[in-house]
Design a protein around this ligand. Structure first.
Ligand SMILES: C[S@@+](CC[C@H](N)C(=O)[O-])C[C@H]1O[C@@H](n2cnc3c(N)ncnc32)[C@H](O)[C@@H]1O
Length: 467
């Protein structure tokens, strides 16, 4: 460690900046955010510095003197010539005042870190002056990982510190706070629902010590496959989960982002081969939460789009388990982006409809075909590959032209993504020729002509060349 990190309380304490330009302004902003009593001394001030700081700091237009430095807790030298900087560095050193000279690390007693600021929670990153750009990158990474309302969480905990001291035995306090930060009350605060969090906290601190604790379930959308499409919130939840129950369409790359020691259970369903019955999945979620665990129910795409997320939410609510939903990028929007095809391109569509082509056994999907066959409607069919022939025939029977453009996207956004396009009249043939098995989406409507994909002619030409 080249320099020791320490947090200094600067509220109301005198800080001096020598300089009146852009570098001085940047340091001034930091010092004002820390509540310092700020003075800037410079021969003259840039108009922006003057305009921004005039009401918040003392701006003195003259040469500095040693007494200015001696009266300060911290001194910054910014926008100053090198020989001047050396002179004032000497004065500061003799006076024992800590000094920072912008862009001259060899003259600095302290450097200013890259800061992630969440109110009461701050994270500072330093590379010891070696690589400030790396410091800024790390800061961006940490910014993405920390919930925006982390400061509110710290404030909330601070408000209950005395109550917890008064009601929880000393040897149990640490476990109490660990459970609090992992549990549903913290999740409520981070979600912005402080009113309910206060109610729950009061119940918690007043609960008899021996009572069972309850965990929480987060129903989380994993997106269509590309791990970069995971939301920041989903990533945070995965990294905190004790238990993860995941589906067939959740990619390995996404699972590898989860906390290493989280218990993982595959509860995926393959078509007509329900690996774990829905009721059992719900029962397991309830059971894990009752054991006090932080449970993530991870689903492909968005949990509320053909994902049975609604049923799980109801079951958990009926069992009085705290439950939260984190949306994901649904296959339709993920695949549309992957194929560069705007689902509601103004020239081609006025509406977009998501339907499922899934039907039990031999039955045809029970859909309102005349409504779906309407012009200027983009129809996105989930789970429609095996019934593609029937779907095309029904739409044509209800008035959609045989030449209506279609696109089929298999494994959209994944490395093995396949996109083909053609016309409704030969949709089933297109699927067979391109050997698409799924998971795949059918997109039917004028916008499908925009998709970047192979046509039947391209497929046949490629197959002939390979033969
Ligand atoms: C049970 S549904 C789940 C949908 C999911 N909840 C969502 O919002 O995307 C499964 C179907 O979604 C579609 N699907 C999911 N991921 C896909 C992907 N990466 N590419 C193409 N289709 C996908 C397929 O039609 C698949 O059969």
């Amino acid at each position: 460690m080249k320099a020791f990190p320490a947090y200094i309380d600067l509220r109301g304490r005198p800080v001096l900046i020598l300089g009146g330009g852009a570098a001085a302004l940047a340091k001034a902003r930091l010092m004002l955010a820390a509540g310092a009593k700020l003075t800037l001394i410079a021969a003259d001030f840039a108009p922006e510095t003057k305009a921004e700081l005039e009401t918040q700091a003392r701006l003195i237009a003259r040469e500095p003197v040693a007494a200015d430095i001696e009266a300060s807790v911290l001194v910054f030298i910014a926008d100053t010539e090198e020989s001047e900087a050396w002179r004032w560095a000497e004065v500061a050193r003799l006076a024992g005042v800590l000094l920072n000279v912008v862009d001259q690390p060899e003259l600095c007693d302290f450097t200013t870190p890259s800061i992630v600021d969440r109110g009461r929670v701050t994270v500072s990153i330093s590379t010891g002056g070696a690589a400030p750009v790396l410091g800024k990158r790390l800061r961006a990474d940490i910014e993405a990982l920390l919930p925006p309302r982390l400061g509110a969480l710290a404030e909330f905990a601070d408000r209950y510190r005395d109550t917890v001291k008064a009601t929880i035995a000393p040897e149990e306090r640490r476990t109490f706070w660990e459970e609090f930060f992992d549990g549903p009350i913290a999740a409520q605060i981070l979600a912005g629902d402080e009113a309910r969090a206060h109610e729950a906290m009061l119940a918690l601190v007043n609960r008899p010590q021996a009572e069972e604790k309850t965990g929480a379930v987060h129903i989380v959308g994993a997106g269509p496959g590309d791990p970069d499409l995971l939301t920041i919130k989903a990533l945070r939840l995965l990294q905190r989960a004790d238990v993860i129950l995941y589906d067939r369409l959740v990619s390995d790359e996404i699972l590898s982002l989860a906390r290493r020691d989280a218990e993982r259970f595959y509860v995926g369903k393959a078509k007509s081969n329900h690996a774990v019955p829905q009721e059992e999945i719900e029962a397991r979620l309830i059971e894990f939460a009752r054991q006090g665990k932080m449970v993530v129910r991870l689903k492909g795409g968005d949990p509320f789009v053909f994902g049975r997320g609604g049923e799980e939410l109801e079951a958990l609510r009926n069992a009085n388990i705290p439950v939260f939903v984190c949306p994901g990028v649904t296959a339709a929007t993920g695949c549309a982006a992957a194929a560069n095809m705007a689902l509601t391109h103004r020239d081609h569509a006025q509406a977009v409809t998501f339907v499922t082509g899934h039907a039990k056994g031999e039955a045809d999907p029970a859909l309102d075909w005349s409504a779906l066959a309407a012009l200027k409607n983009t129809l996105v069919v989930y789970m429609g590959v095996t019934k593609a022939e029937t779907i095309a025939a029904k739409l044509i029977e209800h008035g959609r032209g045989r030449d209506t453009p279609v696109a089929v996207i298999e494994n959209g956004t994944r490395e093995n993504q396949k996109i083909v396009k053609g016309a409704l009249g030969y949709l089933a043939h297109l699927i067979t020729a391109s050997e698409i098995k799924g998971p795949a989406l059918l997109v039917i409507g004028e916008v499908a002509a925009l998709a970047d994909g192979e046509t039947l002619i391209d497929i046949i030409a490629r197959q002939r060349a390979a033969a």
